[in-house]
Design a protein around this ligand. Sequence first.
Ligand code: SF4
Length: 316
Amino acid sequence: MLKYLIIQLDSTSTSFCHYAVNRREPCLMPLDTLRKAIRWSMIENVNVQFLYPEYPLPAEYADAIETIDHVKIMQATAADAGKADIVVFDGIASVDADSLSEDMSIVVRTGKKAFFAEYAMLNAILPKVSRLNVVITDIASFADDDFTTYEAALTELAVAVKNEYVGNHPVQFNLLTDRIMLKEMNNCGAGSESLTLAPNGRFYVCPAFYFDDESDSVGDIDNGPSLKNPQLYKLGYAPICRVCDAFHCHRCVWLNRRTTLEVNTPSHEQCATAHIERNASRRLLEAIREVGEFLPGMEIPEIDYIDPFENVRIDR
Ligand code: SF4
């Protein structure tokens, strides 16, 4: 069931995920389209997330947006970033920890190499925010050595997260605490739980599909969404994911399509990084429990694999 609509207000609206924004010329969604999108969202009873461009919106857009409950997602450099519910930073080094406040929810997009070089800077960011989402944009490029380095980085960061929990600041950090809080899959859900409306008034599986190929739309705001083979986007039709317990995994259907040509078949890199995070979360849970009771009843079993596909082969 559709739960979210992402409304991309401009062709240059910020990315908050793996994809890059490849448009340079701003193209604002027509006001009439925005109003239709808001009305459609009210009728369909979906939660709305607005992706903002860098420049300030005209007053009539701001007024229209305030007619519906929503989440504002903006780049830290956007003109109205002070009004954002979620602030996006490109690069860990671009985050000024002193400018953050404890009620902030931030997304940090980073490449693999930069993450490995700069992850220690997250230690200064974790105490300053309520939620930190780190998105490694080039996960598909991970090689065997990178998995080892990633595991070591998460082990180090888990010390900082544990200190926050012990100090009564239960910061949410997607790579280490989401799995601790989940008892079932909670993935991106693009194509099943969420769709995107682009500035051209057309629906897409997610903003990445719009940037890849504008003709790859799945309906428009006048006629409603029309996704071909919608079952392929559902967890029940992903044979490995539906029995996996990396509940926090993005399960990014865009990455799936880029790496395996199937929206419901993940790449080795996506599974392995998710399992390294899962296993680091398990160790963090144990470490926090050394200090006192924490989430009784929540267990993350120990496993000896980092890619469920390997596990399937072993079972045969
Ligand atoms: S780790 Fe792999 S199998 Fe598990 S949910 Fe993520 S993509 Fe699916």
